[in-house]
Design a protein around this ligand. Structure first.
Ligand code: 13P
Ligand code: SF4
Length: 327
């Protein structure tokens, strides 16, 4: 998707289902400035599916889940990448395209999973389980990726684990993703007590209540949800896999058990589907705003850099993951 040639007025059509016209009027100046600055700086905006609609539909060039953003980052030819998402995503973009300038609009855009684990934690797990491969979720710092054998995202975790052909893996730091993947693959998984603060708040009771309140609703859950929540859902997958499911089956009524902006963004594509919206906000993703993206491009801040020795080892883990996807 590209916003480069569209005016703010044309772009409004994509967000009119969720953004009132009076609100858009307050955003149009930033939208137009960002479009102009992207051309001046030869910049592209990569945005995660959890960005608010005015960012997702209004100013982004490439949107997707963590896996798509990582893959697309390798292909960017522009000089500057603005990563509208969280810090680990910006680091991954920098790892995969080190000659580009990678900017993040707010340096505080963290992630409860990334913050739950340190490189020393990984080394300790290796000491406790010698010879067991370490599979690390991309929702981690480059320093943690550097201690790992291979990375995964929620979209390819099963394929990555199966590619190793071993009976046991260390899968960090999301205890719920690890438990969900263990059930799908039959591989024994040693994990770490990390969790996504957004997805761990959903409960099986929430899903049962939803089914009572909205008869016939199809429920899609993110695999960062606890296994008991995934058990209550009709399908579990990454944010992009959820979009794929909706596109293929066009359910009449759907609930995406994930971050709030997801439904706002996807609803635009599927006018025939009713989106029921039980959701939790990610405070880290929500640090991204139009004003901060504009400021980021005006001032070329905040540049993401990674120590070279760490970057080489972290890149190897991410590259091994991308190689699984391309087999
Ligand atoms: P996806 O890779 O499914 O987009 O998930 C990223 C994330 O941060 C989910 O909380
Ligand atoms: Fe991290 Fe969860 Fe926010 Fe995703 S939604 S960035 S996993 S805290």
């Amino acid at each position: 998707m590209t916003a480069t040639l569209a005016s703010a007025e044309e772009l409004y059509q994509k967000v009119a289902h969720v953004v009132p016209a009076v609100e858009w009027a307050t955003m149009a100046d930033d939208v137009e400035a960002i479009i102009r600055l992207k051309a001046e700086r030869n910049a592209v905006i990569l945005a995660h599916n959890y960005m608010t609609p005015e960012i997702f539909h209004g100013v982004s060039d490439i949107v997707g889940d963590s896996l798509a953003l990582a893959r697309e980052a390798t292909l960017v030819e522009a000089d500057v990448i603005v990563l509208a998402g969280v810090h680990f995503m910006a680091e991954t973009a920098k790892l995969l395209n080190p000659s580009r300038t990678v900017l993040i609009p707010d340096l505080r855009s963290g992630c409860s999973l990334a913050e739950s684990i340190t490189p020393e934690d990984v080394r300790e797990l290796r000491r406790q389980h010698p010879g067991v491969p370490v599979v690390t979720y991309v929702n981690t710092s480059a320093a943690v990726k550097a201690e790992s054998d291979i990375c995964c995202t929620s979209g390819n975790a099963v394929a990555v684990i199966e590619s190793l052909g071993v009976p046991q893996v260390i899968m960090i730091p999301d205890q719920y993703l690890a438990a969900n993947v263990a059930r799908q693959t039959g591989v024994e998984v040693i994990t770490h007590p990390g969790a996504c603060e957004v997805h761990e708040r959903f409960t099986p009771t929430d899903i049962r209540q939803l089914r009572r309140d909205y008869p016939g609703v199809t429920v899609l859950a993110h695999p960062e949800c606890p296994p008991a929540v995934v058990d209550e859902a009709d399908y579990a997958g990454s944010t992009a896999q959820m979009v794929g499911y909706v596109a293929e089956r066009l359910p009449k009524r759907i609930a995406l058990i994930t971050e709030c902006s997801m439904s706002d963004n996807v609803a635009q594509q599927f006018p025939g589907t009713e989106f029921v919206r039980p959701c939790n906000l990610c405070p880290h993703m929500k640090r991204n705003t139009l004003a901060k993206i504009r400021h980021s491009l005006e001032t070329m801040t905040h540049e993401v850099t990674i120590d070279e020795a760490v970057a080489d080892r972290a890149r190897a883990s991410v590259d091994r993951m991308l190689a699984v996807g391309s087999k």
